[in-house]
Design a protein around this ligand. Structure first.
Ligand SMILES: NC(=O)c1ccc[n+]([C@@H]2O[C@H](COP(=O)([O-])OP(=O)(O)OC[C@H]3O[C@@H](n4cnc5c(N)ncnc54)[C@H](O)[C@@H]3O)[C@@H](O)[C@H]2O)c1
Length: 251
């Protein structure tokens, strides 16, 4: 356990998958957690489970995000931790991918991180304290066939993480990213399985064989890393993009 009790967090995309597990973990560590999601029912259900606050917003809509952040601050007084987890993934041959699909990924995965961070950071700057954890991906460090758009968006998340880490360090705000490999038990992974079947790509069970630690990961693996980065135990870590891939990616 990390000493997070009494702190306040906001998790985007916290209504499902990895984000929901991160919200659970942070609440279990004693944090007051706001779950932000564009899926209203999911946000409410996830928040109810942890006695937190559910707020409805699309991370690509600045006005919705600023309203949601103000609601969270009104309820809990401040935000110590922002987890930019909301993301989408569409795969397919680069030559066939509609520009609209690429733009949708860039909007949620990159602009979304930018927009929510800019809504929260002024409050952290005033308090000279804060932590941001971004969900990137191993696809943000290496390109794989059929993942061109997604990979481009996650490389951008890592760039954004480093730039913000440097810019915010004088205010005692740390900014890091987690780069998961294959995380099962999420809607995104289930959709990817279908897409992989469609394109004749190896299925997860097959790809698992190439993971040095011998297993794919689950959302709880990511949540542990997020809790660590949120804690003072990680007080000297900023600008990092930490691989969480069981050895699938080493750099
Ligand atoms: N699952 C994996 O294998 C994997 C691997 C590496 C990185 N990631 C990253 O981890 C993060 C979470 O992935 P997941 O597998 O839990 O996905 P998921 O699809 O299971 O859950 C994503 C959540 O984000 C919400 N969301 C999506 N777009 C949103 C928007 N515009 N505004 C607000 N909320 C929005 C969804 O409603 C959902 O609750 C993503 O950033 C993803 O790219 C996932």
């Amino acid at each position: 356990m990390y000493d997070l009790s009494g702190r306040v967090g906001l998790v985007t995309g916290g209504g499902g998958g990895i984000g929901r597990e991160i919200a659970r973990r942070l609440a279990g560590e004693g944090m007051a957690v706001t779950v932000l999601d564009r899926d209203a029912a999911a946000a409410r259900a996830a928040a109810a489970e942890i006695n937190g606050l559910g707020v409805i917003a699309d991370v690509t809509a600045e006005d919705e995000v600023s309203r949601a952040v103000e609601t969270a601050i009104k309820r809990f007084g401040r935000i110590d931790l922002l987890v930019n987890n909301a993301g989408i993934c569409c795969t397919g041959p680069a030559l066939d991918m509609p520009l609209a699909t690429l733009r949708a990924m860039l909007a949620v995965n990159v602009e979304g991180v930018f927009i929510v961070s800019r809504a929260v950071l002024p409050h952290m700057i005033t308090r000279r304290s804060g932590v941001i954890v971004n969900l990137a991906s191993w696809a943000g460090k290496t390109g794989n066939a059929y993942f061109a758009g997604y990979s481009a968006s996650k490389f951008a998340v890592i760039g954004l993480t480093q730039a913000l880490a440097r810019e915010m360090a004088p205010y005692n705000i740390r900014v890091n990213a987690i780069c998961p490999g294959i995380v099962v038990e999420t809607a995104m992974r289930r959709a990817l399985e279908t897409q992989q079947r469609h394109y004749g790509l190896p299925q997860t069970a097959e790809r698992e064989k190439s993971i040095p630690l011998g297993r794919v990961s689950v959302p709880a693996d990511v949540a542990k890393a997020a809790a660590f980065l949120a804690s003072d135990e990680a007080g000297y870590i900023t600008g990092e993009s930490i691989n969480l891939s069981g050895g699938l990616l080493m750099d």
